[in-house]
Design a protein around this ligand. Structure first.
Ligand code: GCO
Ligand code: MG
Length: 401
């Protein structure tokens, strides 16, 4: 089953995406290679360096091709390399499942559950606005809802959308500037969750993303202050380059912790998992080396009772969403899947079999990933450079976004 053609497709239907298409025996597989705000570097990594190496190779040797690209580059890890490898890996899994005429999850051990619980994003300018947004998700049948709110005294903050069912932080031309005050945030956040529990009761799973903004001891205090509202998880409380910093948070709070959307390999989360410093690992198919590598991370996590909770924002294309759902359905230690809906333009370019029903999702029964790309339509939406925001403290100091 020799690879005869490989194509890198860059398009911008409502937002930018990079997609890899690998052809062998007249069948093709798709992989997502989108790295928000730095898309073209992955496109170049693939076009200029990886595509020439794939032509003529046996498409069935997925693990060997993974190792060839990872070890063969000499320069290991990092988001650009690992997104490129992920795209190849995903496309090869898609191709193999299509060639065998089965939905991908059947090759990954079959379904471990009937469907996959997902969480949606509710956000508002203030507490009451956020209450309304959560109510909307409850009406739609969601069992798990992430709540973010504007903070009094701050002009803008992470996670407060520009309306609708999707949240798009990247902006054209230049990075938008957000402002931050940990003091304002720490005073405000318990009030938000007190109000949400009062309104919605104890059953619904509530999640929250601190988006890397706190120091470990601040994160410990936030976790402690939210304990009586029993969050499903507190996400990215502190930047995780220093994995041991989670020990400090863990000593002080029983609020469950989730980390991993910007991780690229198992080495980024090894200590967090082995020391049981987190409860959910949020690595994604596209940014952490594809389905093959994500399964290795999940297998390590399973030993330590850490569950998966893959990132699923709009900058992960429907190809990645489909791959995530096959992974989620099959892996034993699945926790929850993030599901931020795509814009209608994105859905039209990437027709897909996956569906949402009553708070759960399923990848569908089509062979492979069950997602396609309409290349003619994609060509009508050219790439348009966009940047993620930056974040400054009130005195102007650069902070984590
Ligand atoms: C999330 C994430 C996203 C990221 C975005 C960056 O939990 O969904 O934090 O909102 O900020 O994916 O590209
Ligand atoms: Mg996040």
């Amino acid at each position: 089953m020799k690879i005869t053609d490989v194509k890198v497709i860059v398009c911008g239907p409502a937002r930018n995406f990079v997609t890899l298409k690998i052809v062998a025996d007249g069948i093709y597989g798709l992989g997502d290679a989108t790295l928000n705000g730095r898309e073209l570097s992955v496109a170049s990594y693939l076009t200029d360096h990886v595509v020439p190496l794939l032509i003529g190779r046996d498409a069935r040797r997925i693990e060997d091709i993974w190792q060839y690209l990872y070890k063969g580059a000499y320069w290991r890890r990092g988001p650009v390399t690992m997104s490129a490898i992920a795209a190849v890996d995903t496309a090869l899994w898609d191709l193999k499942a299509k060639s065998l005429n089965v939905p991908l999850y059947q090759l990954l051990g079959g379904a471990s559950r009937d469907a996959v619980m997902v969480y949606g994003h509710a956000s508002g300018a203030d507490v009451e606005d956020t209450v309304k947004a959560v109510a909307h998700y409850v009406e739609l049948g969601y069992k798990a809802i992430r709540a973010q709110s504007g903070i009094p005294g701050l002009t803008s903050t992470y996670g407060v959308g520009r309306g609708g069912m999707f949240y798009e932080p990247a902006e054209k031309k230049a990075p938008p500037e957000n402002s931050w005050s940990t003091e304002h945030y720490m005073t405000f956040i318990p009030k938000l969750f007190e109000r949400l529990r009062k309104e919605f009761g104890p059953e619904v799973h509530l999640l929250h993303d601190a988006h890397h903004r706190l120091t470990p001891i601040e994160a410990a205090r936030v976790g402690k202050s939210l304990e009586s509202y029993h969050l499903f998880w507190l996400e990215d409380p502190t930047p995780a380059e220093l994995q041991e910093s989670f020990r400090l948070i863990r000593q002080h709070t029983t609020t469950p912790l989730a980390v991993g959307e910007i991780f690229n390999t198992i080495f980024d989360c090894q200590q967090l998992i082995e020391e049981q410093l987190i409860d959910y690992i949020r690595t994604t198919v596209v940014h952490a080396g594809g389905i093959s590598h994500l399964r290795k991370i999940a297998n390590l996590a399973e030993m330590y009772q850490v569950r998966t909770g893959s990132h699923g924002a709009t900058d992960l294309s429907p190809v990645c969403m489909a791959a995530a759902l096959h992974f989620d359905l099959s892996v034993h230690n699945f926790g929850v899947q993030e599901y931020m809906r795509h814009a209608p333009e994105t859905d039209a370019v990437f027709p897909h079999a996956y569906y949402f029903e009553n708070g759960f999702m399923h990848p569908g029964e089509k062979p492979g990933l069950g997602v396609d790309i309409d290349e003619a339509l994609a060509a009508k939406y050219p790439y348009d450079r966009a940047y993620l925001p930056v974040n400054r403290k009130l005195d102007g100091t650069m902070h984590n976004w």
